[in-house]
Design a protein around this ligand. Structure first.
Ligand code: ADP
Ligand code: MG
Length: 379
């Protein structure tokens, strides 16, 4: 299938989280930005109840019947390939929300590295939600659209994710960070520090052990909340817990659960400081918090890997790099660094070279700009 006379094109970005890691399921505030790597979807309606999907990068395609989305099978009755679960899940979620869909043909490709902590999956989900919105004549608020995409990933694909990824892909603003409060769901955009560039380094390591470790961490956070909730019912999440109070109960908590909760509590407070620093345009202060966040993810939350530590160590030794940390869930994936504009090219070369020398691995290192959320192109 090729899409001969395209009716539209949707661009849907990945995202990078600058600060606030592993706080989105603890009611914390996160600071992601949509990036200039994206999924591009070309589509046209086809006057049927069928959706034809082609994943150009994987050279795979399938056809899905809009009346049988819950079966997770193609029109011929075969199980959907993994990649097709993301668009199909979004369509399933939209229908469940009472929204009518019509058949269309679509092909998509992406330059977001897959499984690198940059949300290639949310970009597909949010992109297809925008495709459906533009074809079907109804409107959804961006927050609502992000929530439906998150539900698709949780309930249809089966990945227990927070709302940050879909929110950032849906609501990104050029040259801005999107501050997103995962408790109140309020958001605000803040300009990135002036005269700085974001550099992403994909370590090339894919996340092994991620699912079990992620579930373990979530359980630890919940068990610490349960402990404090018995003492004080107003404590409903780690966000309600001050650092002092947590430290005072260290003796009563299992050491690993204590360390993991400590990361979350301190990271939530780092984000609060970071918001003030962004408002003051203090790039150096913001960068220092990125380094502290990495230390904490390595030593307290225990989700780093030596290769990610090497990337951050190289960054820390570079004059002109203001901050660097692993981004995404950890155990592989990418780091994000904040670098002075005029030093960014040299930084990219040095990071690539030294990483290769120290690990024998090739990192994919590139600068990125905070970008607009998923949209019809042109719109
Ligand atoms: P990420 O951190 O990149 O979001 P995930 O594991 O959540 O990693 O999602 C990756 C999955 O999304 C892939 O396994 C694939 O099913 C789908 N995906 C991502 N990019 C593409 C692409 N370019 N073409 C087809 N499917 C893709
Ligand atoms: Mg994902």
């Amino acid at each position: 299938m090729t899409v001969a006379t395209p009716e539209g094109t949707v661009i849907s970005p990945g995202r990078v989280n600058l600060l606030g890691e592993h706080v989105d399921y603890n009611d914390g505030v996160v600071l992601p930005a949509a990036i200039d790597r994206s999924v591009k979807i070309i589509f046209k309606k086809n006057e049927s109840r069928l959706v034809s999907l082609k994943a150009v990068d994987l050279q795979d395609e399938c056809v899905i019947h809009l009346s049988h989305l819950e079966k997770k099978t193609s029109q011929e009755g075969k199980p959907l390939p993994d990649w097709a679960l993301y668009p199909a899940g979004v369509m399933w979620g939209l229908q469940r929300h009472g929204l009518d869909l019509i058949g269309f043909d679509a092909q998509f490709s992406s330059n977001i590295p897959i499984g690198a902590g940059l949300s290639s999956s949310a970009a597909i989900e949010v992109g297809f939600a925008v495709v459906c919105m533009s074809l079907c004549g109804w409107q959804l608020e961006r927050l609502e659209l992000a929530k439906l995409c998150q539900q698709a990933e949780r309930e249809y694909v089966g990945v227990n994710c927070g709302l940050m990824d879909q929110f950032a892909c849906a609501c990104g603003v050029e040259d801005h960070v999107v501050m997103f409060d995962t408790r109140s769901l309020a958001s605000q955009t803040l300009p990135l520090p002036p005269a700085t560039t974001l550099v992403i380094a994909d370590s090339s390591l894919r996340r092994s052990l991620l699912t079990s470790a992620y579930n373990d961490r979530r359980r630890d956070c919940e068990s610490v909340v349960a402990y404090f909730n018995q003492l004080d019912p107003s404590i409903r999440s780690l966000r309600d817990l001050g650092e002092e109070r947590l430290l005072a109960h260290e003796h009563a908590l299992p050491p690993a659960a204590f360390r993991h909760a400590r990361h979350v509590v301190e990271e939530i407070s780092r984000v609060n400081q970071a918001i003030d620093l962004l408002k003051e345009k203090d790039a150096r202060g913001f960068g220092r918090l990125m380094f502290s966040s990495h230390d904490s993810l390595r030593d307290l939350f225990e989700v780093s890997r030596p290769e990610l530590d090497i990337l951050v160590d190289i960054a820390a030794g570079f004059d002109g790099c203001l901050g660097s940390r692993l981004t995404g869930a950890g155990f592989g994936g990418s780091t994000v660094s904040l670098v002075l504009d005029e030093k960014s090219d040299a930084f990219i070369h040095q990071l690539r070279d030294l990483y290769q020398k120290q690990t024998g691995l090739q990192a994919v290192v590139f600068s990125t700009r905070a970008s607009r959320g998923a949209h019809l192109n042109p719109d």
